[in-house]
Structure formats: structure tokens, C-alpha cells
Design a protein around this ligand. Structure first.
Ligand code: ZN
Length: 355
């Protein structure tokens, strides 16, 4: 039977409809927020859409939303991906015992145990009215709203003139799945908590001037890739740091241009290590790779390695083995500074056994 909010008698014994037992154990219902401000904040910070259900009592089709849709397992699962809001202008649903956020027992609405009846009456009288076409507040109906409070979808079964029947759970689920696919999932509470922790840690690192650590905290937030406050803030800060990194990179590139190969490579490596995840770090890594790809640079680096092996062996007290390395370096890379250095080392070494 289709009813409208306006036509409903107010004197029906509601306790009979809702079950009058005080403090009965809670029945399944989506986790709902208590105020519209909370709904907007959650939607904005988690990147979720708001699923607003508006019903009245003492009508079978309206009550079917609580009795059928709210108890449906598939619905309850997908409802977790949305910020759920329950609006009902009546307040005689009976009470259930719940653990409140402070850990103490609290008496909550039997329809929706995460909130109190005063919450959903307030939501019905104020916020939810704004989503109906002018003066046509007919129920049951579900509105899907974004964080800017724009109407994204209306899930209803009927029309505003004749009134509505309830939308079966399976259809609500299908519609919500389609919306989720189009808009993408938001953050779970766990992901949100982790993001907040990372942002706090990034801030602390910034206060201590530890730019590398700050980037290490910001990058996982950026990688969430969501169009939400926390991610946008992290993206903006990384871009700001990248401006500083670009200056350091420019200095390193001057060294490359001047031909100071080793100095340049060191400066480029420092940009990559200091500013991980920035565009400048990626550019520095590419510059270094290009530089190392030049034949004369590759040759110089090989000479350096060979000379370095000689030095290590000498330090370990193995002059004969060191001599072999220095001799090879002086011979093969005579035209490089390491060839020269190896030659000098040979002069300083005690005479070999075979000599
Ligand atoms: Zn209630």
C-alpha cells in the first residue's frame, strides 16, 4: 500500500509495529551516521557517496525497508561502501542496548542501532526534505548524494504523484553496485585511519626539516589515488617539495654539462635519494642512467671499480693480489685518472715475489 508522509495518521500505536520490548537485542541494520554534518564530513574525507533512506512508520511498504532491505545480507555488505543515513520523522521504534563510543551501554533506536530516534527525526525534518521535488515528500525512497550534497541518484519504486512501494533489496544492491563502479570505492575506516597517521607523521617530519622522511610518509597517501581531502593535501605538499628538488636537480645538471662525471653522478644520486617519489627524483635517475650509458663514462666507472678493488686488497694486507688489480687498471685504463692512480699505487707497493 502506497502512503505518503503527509497523509499518514499520527495516532497509530507505533510500539506495536516496531516491537515494544524495551532494550531488546539489536537486529541487523546498516551502520548509520547521526547528523548530516557527519555524513558530509565522512563522504568528503573517505571519498564515499551518501546513501540516504527516508521512510515513515505505520505503513507496510515503508516498514519493509527496515524489515527486509536493512536485514538483507548483500545489502548490509554493500552498504559498508557508503555513508548511510536514516531519516524517519517518527520516534517510537523502541530501544536496543548498544555499546556507545565511550564503551558505556547506550539505548539506541531499534530500527537503526547506531543512532538514536532523535537523530533520524532531526534528519527527516531538516536535511532529507531538501532532496525531494518541491513539497512532494513521498516515501519510501532512497537518495544517493555526493559530498557536495548534490543528488547523484534516486532509488524509488513508483512516482511522486501516486506514491511509492519499497524497492526490493536485490534491486537496491544492484543500483548501489552500479554507482560504486562508476564512482569508485572510498577508503575503509582502517585505510582512513592509516592515512591520517601517515599525514600526522609527515607533518612531524616536516617540522623537523626531514624532507626525505616526509616524502616517505606522503607517498603512500598520494598512491591511494582518491579525490579526497587527505590525498589532495599530500599531492600538493609533494608538488611543493618537488619545486625545491627541481632546484637541486638543476645544480646537478650543471655538473653533468661541465663534464664532471663523478661529481655529477653523486649529485644526481643525492637528488634521487633525498626526494624519493618526486618528478625531480625520476628525472635525476634518468639523467644518471643516460650519463652512465655514455661509453667514456662507462669506461671511467669500470676503471674506478678496478682501482677500488686494488685499494681494498691492499688494506686487507694482500699486496700481491692488490698489485694484480693495479697493474690491470694501469694497463687497460691508462688514459683515465684511475689508470694514473693505479700506476702511483704500484710505485708505492713493496716489490712482488715474482719480481
Ligand atoms: Zn528510531
Amino acid at each position: 500500500m502506497r502512503r505518503t508522509a503527509a497523509l499518514l495518521p499520527r495516532a497509530v500505536p507505533l510500539l506495536l509495529l516496531a516491537g515494544s520490548a524495551a532494550a531488546a537485542p539489536p537486529r541487523p541494520a546498516p551502520e548509520c551516521v547521526r547528523t548530516h554534518e557527519e555524513a558530509i564530513t565522512r563522504a568528503r574525507t573517505r571519498g564515499k557517496l551518501i546513501f540516504l533512506t527516508v521512510i515513515v512508520d505505520h505503513d507496510h511498504e515503508n516498514r519493509a525497508v527496515v524489515e527486509n532491505v536493512f536485514r538483507d545480507k548483500e545489502f548490509l555488505k554493500i552498504a559498508e561502501e557508503f555513508v548511510c543515513v536514516y531519516a524517519n520523522s517518527e520516534d517510537q521504534h523502541g530501544k536496543v542496548k548498544m555499546k556507545g563510543p565511550d564503551g558505556k551501554q547506550a539505548l539506541r533506536c531499534a530500527d537503526c542501532p547506531s543512532i538514536e530516534c532523535t537523530d533520524h527525526t532531526e534528519l527527516a525534518y531538516n536535511w532529507s526534505r531538501g532532496f525531494f521535488p518541491e513539497s512532494e515528500a513521498r516515501t519510501p525512497i532512497h537518495f544517493v548524494i555526493n559530498a557536495k550534497e548534490e543528488l547523484v541518484d534516486t532509488i524509488k519504486n513508483g512516482d511522486f504523484k501516486a506514491g511509492f512501494n519499497h524497492v526490493p533489496a536485490a534491486e537496491v544492491v544492484a543500483r548501489l553496485k552500479a554507482l560504486l563502479q562508476k564512482h569508485g570505492k572510498g577508503l575503509t575506516e582502517e585505510e582512513y585511519k592509516r592515512m591520517e597517521e601517515l599525514l600526522v607523521e609527515a607533518k612531524a617530519a616536516r617540522a623537523r626539516g626531514l624532507v626525505t622522511l616526509e616524502l616517505q610518509k606522503l607517498l603512500p597517501v598520494v598512491q591511494l589515488g582518491k579525490d579526497i581531502e587527505g590525498v589532495r593535501g599530500a599531492q600538493a605538499r609533494v608538488a611543493e617539495i618537488d619545486k625545491d628538488a627541481a632546484k637541486v636537480l638543476a645544480d646537478a645538471e650543471v655538473l653533468v654539462a661541465r663534464g664532471g662525471v663523478e661529481e655529477a653522478l653523486e649529485a644526481l644520486a643525492s637528488v634521487a635519494a633525498t626526494y624519493p617519489g618526486t618528478l625531480s627524483a625520476a628525472a635525476a635517475e634518468k639523467d644518471a642512467k643516460d650519463l652512465k650509458g655514455r661509453p667514456e663514462v662507462a669506461r671511467l666507472l669500470k676503471a674506478r671499480d678496478l682501482h677500488g678493488e686494488g685499494l681494498r686488497l691492499k688494506e686487507k694486507g694482500k699486496p700481491d693480489l692488490a698489485r694484480k688489480k693495479f697493474e690491470a687498471c694501469a694497463r687497460i685504463y691508462a688514459d683515465t685518472k684511475y689508470g694514473e692512480l693505479s700506476k702511483k699505487e704500484l710505485e708505492g707497493l713493496p716489490a712482488g715475489e715474482q719480481r
